[in-house]
Design a binder for this molecule. Structure first.
Ligand SMILES: [Zn+2]
Length: 352
């Protein structure tokens, strides 16, 4: 009922000490708010913190905040507690609808079965449409007995202000790139160099890094795609930069076609290109500082042929492309346009 928790062997919460101490104080003072709003990047331990909090509110231990051993703790851990209600996006849907919120409303209209405090957990709460939010607001205004809501969201910008004002808000900090790199190397025994590259690509998301490095046994295919695509992407990009315009154009269009087959990897492909251009920029001054060390020879080969101004122009174009994609432009067309621009800006190459 409560969804997957694939990070069971690794506790993201330990990097959210401020959030956990705030929740611990609430549990100890027994002043349980009607609603809490946890916001922050994907995979920063928000859901785990929600389960920690509900255990803390229900644990029978007299000496520990959460004992993980009493009946309520065990039922919550086993996802078999009857007083934990979870709402999430339905498969294939992009919004949480009013009917889902109404279902919860009727499920909690009577007293909790056995919990001291019942939890309604709303995952992806920022995907509730306005009707759903208004329905939720009614519940928050007249909260059912012994019940708290936890809303989990990456951003709070889409919430009605009236919802936000009724919630106790807790921010979950993104993990830093160096921390992700450190964890990959020391906790997951990843090759140092690969850990560095991946940490610069995954936008503070450790779970994604694990997925790409196949550290998560649930999914192997995406990780394989990631490494393959990275190699193909950076090699082709180098080829575009190295060759004359007509070769550059055909390589660019081929790359666009290939990348558009993996829309789920496009943000990461853009992050990879950013590190590539950044490396190209710093290579002639401090080659030891580049991220993509496995492309050292390639940078040696091409860095003299390009001027910093051109690279700046490429980076600018890349940011524009990212914005276009975020505003739902057609993937293939936007990428075609990007790679053509890259080729066209190559005005000063000695091969021209
Ligand atoms: Zn307990």
């Amino acid at each position: 009922m409560a969804g997957d928790q694939t990070m069971s062997d690794f506790d993201q919460m330990q990097y959210q000490a401020h959030a956990i101490s705030e929740l611990s104080i609430i549990i100890q003072t027994k002043k349980i708010p009607n609603a809490l709003l946890f916001s922050g990047n994907e995979n920063t331990g928000k859901k785990e913190a929600a389960f920690f909090f509900t255990k803390g509110c229900n644990c029978l231990s007299e000496t520990q905040l959460v004992c993980n051993n009493c009946k309520p703790c065990r039922k919550i851990n086993a996802k078999s507690h009857p007083d934990i209600h979870c709402v999430d996006l339905k498969e294939g849907k992009k919004i949480i609808s009013i009917s889902q919120i109404r279902e919860i409303g009727s499920a909690i209209s009577s007293k909790p079965n056995e919990a001291k405090f019942r939890m309604v957990l709303i995952l992806n709460a920022d995907r509730m449409n306005i009707q759903a939010q208004n329905a939720l607001l009614k519940m928050l205004e007249e909260p059912p007995e012994k019940t708290f809501f936890i809303l989990i969201a990456t951003s709070i910008s889409l919430f009605l202000p009236t919802i936000i004002s009724r919630c106790h808000k807790i921010r979950f900090k993104p993990l830093t790139d160096p921390l992700i790199e450190h964890l990959l190397i020391h906790k997951f025994k990843t090759d140092k160099h690969l850990a560095h590259i991946v940490s610069k690509t995954v936008d503070s998301d450790l779970k994604k890094a694990m997925l790409y490095l196949n550290l998560n046994p649930d999914d192997e295919t995406k990780g394989l795609n990631f490494l393959k695509i990275r190699k193909f992407l950076l090699e082709t990009l180098a080829g575009i930069i190295k060759n004359d315009k007509s070769v550059g154009i055909s390589k660019g269009l081929m790359l666009s076609q290939r990348l558009s087959l993996y829309p789920e990897l496009i943000d990461d492909a853009i992050a990879m290109m950013k590190t590539f251009f950044r490396d190209l920029m710093i290579f002639r001054f401090s080659p030891e500082k580049i991220v993509n060390l496995d492309f050292f020879d390639v940078f040696t080969d091409i860095s003299d042929r390009i001027e910093s101004k051109e690279i700046e122009q490429w980076i600018k174009t890349l940011y524009e492309t990212q914005k276009r994609l975020a505003s739902n432009s057609t993937l293939r067309l936007t990428l075609d346009r990007f790679f053509l621009k890259i080729v066209m800006h190559k005005g000063k190459l000695i091969y021209d």
